[in-house]
Design a binder for this molecule. Structure first.
Ligand code: 2HA
Ligand code: ZN
Length: 272
């Protein structure tokens, strides 16, 4: 056992798992986790780094700590060189700036998508009373491919994916948000993603990738994995036939919702 906090071990494992899935070519994708300060005992935290001001103050993240992946780093190196590929940031006492307190050695910076991560962290912390701790962005092939075929329509994407296996509706019963292509790393992308996260745990960035949020490492990774698995089945199906030949009915979804106590929004359950 390495002498690192358990949550940091889990964070590193998630980076490696995403890499092994093929979701993180080169610098692709990023991960943040809101960690309690007590969990950082045993790490030596720096107190002399520069504060970096955020465009938008996020009051409810005041004083919080986050594990973050680094900009221009690779998920593949998280396990071998965690102090270089990853870091820990601390928010100031008004949620308007952060500083690096561990890792990101040699002048590293947090992920280029830090605006979207912190805004989604803020939205989800508020919406779940502090239960959600993770925001994860990846570049899974199949869901990205589908965004070249379907318009950025949330009802369409959600229903198409729900049909591919029961696990999809069980894992993202609120459906999925979809945003059209936008410049990566921008405040605009962050704002729009934060808005979508008020309703959904999954947001597709068309022709780019997915962002998911969750409570713990297993559920957050599992959500990414399930969306991409549904997308893979759909891509394979569409490669064999122009349209699905057999699909579950609206009644099938209603029966499943009853059996599993799911509240599936009506907007996704239209008759075809
Ligand atoms: O390079 O995935 O969205 C990291 C990214 C940007
Ligand atoms: Zn990306």
């Amino acid at each position: 056992m390495k002498n690192r906090p358990e949550s940091l071990e889990r964070f590193i494992r998630m980076c490696s798992d995403g890499w092994l899935q093929g979701w993180h070519e080169y610098h692709g994708g990023n991960l943040t986790y809101r960690v309690d300060k007590e969990a950082l005992k045993g790490l030596i935290l720096k107190e002399d780094s520069e504060w970096v001001k955020l465009e938008k103050q996020l009051d409810n993240l005041s004083g919080d700590y986050f594990f973050v992946t680094g900009s221009g780093k690779t998920m593949r190196n998280a396990e071998l060189y965690p102090e270089d590929a990853l870091g820990i940031i601390e928010m100031d006492d008004c949620g308007g700036s952060y500083r690096i307190v561990w890792g990101l050695e040699n002048g590293g910076k947090p992920t280029s998508e830090i605006p979207a991560h912190l805004l989604c962290q803020s939205v989800k912390k508020e919406a779940t009373n502090g239960k959600y701790r993770l925001v994860y962005h990846a570049h899974p092939v199949n869901i990205i491919s589908l965004s070249f075929v379907f318009a950025p329509d949330e009802v369409k994407f959600t229903r198409e994916l729900w049909e591919m296996e029961p696990e999809c509706a069980m894992t993202f019963p609120n459906g999925m948000g979809v945003l059209p292509w936008m410049v990566p790393g921008t405040e605009e992308l962050a704002e729009k993603t934060g808005e979508k996260m008020k309703e959904y745990d999954v947001v597709l960035w068309a022709q780019h990738g997915l962002v998911v949020a969750g409570e713990d490492f297993d559920s957050t990774f599992g959500l990414m994995h399930t969306v991409e698995k549904g997308a893979e089945i759909l891509v394979k199906t569409m490669s064999m036939t122009p349209g699905k030949q057999v699909i579950p009915t609206v009644q099938n979804f209603k029966d499943m919702a009853e059996a599993f106590h799911l509240e599936l929004p009506e907007k996704f359950l239209y008759e075809k």
